[in-house]
Design a protein around this ligand. Structure first.
Ligand code: P53
Length: 477
């Protein structure tokens, strides 16, 4: 017993958080480029402020990221040195289709990822590719309203067919939409939605979600047609809700909060809208723009596996007066008094990972893949740039321990584990560089100062040993 022999250990990143090179080789602009660091980030991320271009007032960290666009070989070699079996990355849609609605792809963009995938294979690393990690070309947002428009499905179809065909044999594992449920919590960052004054946001969100869900099913269909060996997964920002107390009112609130997030995966994995969602949307007068053939498409092309990110569990209260919110996270939660929190207020709950894995596995009975987990923390490098990040090792070791329990004691079928931000990168929530997750330190600050030099941290050697022993040796020294 233990983890699978071919267990996919590795790390995860997203294009807009590390590539930079935002205007190179024909790349077009995307929603994720124009979200600045600073206090305006929140309202912009949520679609409450239209912001579809750069300005001089703000700093835009995605423009340069950590310059992975020019340094990917060096970075992938370091991943190889740690023994990564897989590397999760995302495609920048606007590198492949700069405006989004072109018929023909941009060859320079396609070539960039082809070279990158080949580089991975050179080091024995299997790429795991997220097709959209929150990004949507700006042109699609300006001209069509992005995902609120059904036409966006056609553009996504063209994108995915191009990718599956071009990278046949190079990429086996694909995810259609990163954290698809984040459309509920940060609709501009998550799906490029901007709202008109006074419109019913929930209507727009669920209409856009319907289009994404159809696009995901269509991509799954195309992937399997192009290459039956491809495996397609959905991706959930996971973290179960605990009830604040055993008061049934809180238990119901927790169940409802869980369902709001599971809704998307219910459709992608079981192939139909769950009754609880249909009832709620009907009650609230929200119309899902079903057309002929939609139901069959969703039913016939469900995902092969369920991937998810896990940072923390959450707490729900049924008390309408409850205001005691844990800080910092994009997804709201009441504070859990039994847990400590990170410097950004994210509560640390390794046992919650085992609980969440069991919850998801019970619900879907498909293989799971943990594609994000980690601790965002401030690092203090010494004069050589070396970081002794015992706090990060402790966080990861305790989560891996809980993950192994879910597999070995509870029988959950798990394909792999990739830590978030295996190399320091820009935070999605805050836009900071200071919030670091990596095994590799990158010399760069929140406002773009620094040499961009890469230096392995203490956790680098630790993770190498974890992978070598297939998770058996988690000791620190
Ligand atoms: P940062 C919300 C809740 C959980 C995970 O987050 C989330 C979000 C949205 O921010 O995002 C994922 O950088 C996401 C990554 C992101 C990572 O978590 O705010 O897929 O892009 O960087 C960590 O600390």
């Amino acid at each position: 017993m233990g983890l699978r022999k071919d267990f996919l250990w590795g790390g995860a990143t997203a294009a807009n958080q590390l590539e930079g090179g935002y205007a190179e080789d024909g790349r077009g602009l995307a929603n994720v480029d124009v979200i600045p660091i600073g206090e305006d980030r929140g309202p912009i991320r949520n679609g409450d402020r239209k912001h579809l271009d750069f300005d001089d007032e703000h700093f835009y960290p995605a423009k340069e990221g950590i310059d992975h666009y020019h340094r990917y070989k060096e970075d992938i070699a370091l991943f190889g040195e740690m023994g990564f079996k897989t590397y999760r990355l995302s495609i920048a849609w606007s590198r492949i289709f700069p405006k989004g609605d072109e018929e023909e792809p941009n060859e320079a963009g396609l070539k960039f990822y082809e070279d990158l995938f080949q580089e991975c294979h050179k080091h024995g690393i299997e790429p795991l590719v997220t097709i959209t990690h929150f990004d949507c070309p700006i042109h699609l947002i300006k001209e069509y309203g992005g995902w609120r428009n059904r036409k966006t499905i056609d553009f996504y179809e063209n994108l995915t067919r191009t990718l599956f065909t071009r990278y046949k044999g190079l990429v086996k594992y694909w995810l259609t939409f990163n954290e698809i449920n984040v459309i509920l919590h940060a609709p501009f960052m998550g799906a490029g939605l901007v709202f008109e004054e006074g419109e019913n946001k929930k209507q727009v969100i669920y209409q856009a979600a319907h289009h994404e869900l159809l696009a995901s099913a269509l991509a799954t269909k195309i992937a399997h047609e192009v290459d039956p060996d491809i495996q397609v997964g959905c991706m959930l920002a996971a973290g179960k809700y605990y009830p604040e107390t055993p008061n049934p009112r809180d238990v119901l609130a927790a169940q409802q909060a869980d369902r709001r997030n599971y809704f998307f995966i219910d459709v992608q994995s079981r192939g139909e809208y769950p009754a609880y969602a249909l009832k709620e949307l009907e009650r609230e007068g929200i119309e899902i723009p079903f057309e002929e053939g939609d139901k069959e498409l969703l039913k016939e092309h469900t995902v092969d596996f369920i991937s998810f990110s896990y940072y923390s569990n959450r707490v729900a209260s049924g008390d309408p007066e409850s205001k005691d919110q844990a800080e910092g996270n994009v997804i709201r939660s009441v504070k859990n008094p039994y847990l400590k929190a990170s410097e950004w207020g994210w509560q640390i709950d390794p046992l919650g990972l085992r609980i969440t894995m069991n919850d998801i596995y019970d619900r879907y009975q498909k293989p799971l893949f943990i594609v994000e987990n980690g601790l965002g923390a401030v690092d203090h490098p010494d004069e050589n740039g070396y970081v002794e990040d015992d706090y990060r090792i402790d966080y990861l070791a305790s989560h891996i321990e809980a993950m192994k329990d879910a597999v070995e004691l509870d029988g959950v079928d798990l394909m792999g584990y990739t830590t978030w931000g295996c190399i320091d990168l820009v935070s999605a929530g805050t836009g900071e560089m200071k919030k670091r997750y990596g095994f590799i330190y990158v010399d760069r600050d929140n406002y773009g100062n620094g040499t961009l030099d890469r230096t392995p941290k203490k956790s680098f050697d630790w993770y190498k040993k974890v992978i070598e022993t297939n998770g058996k040796d988690l000791s620190k020294d």
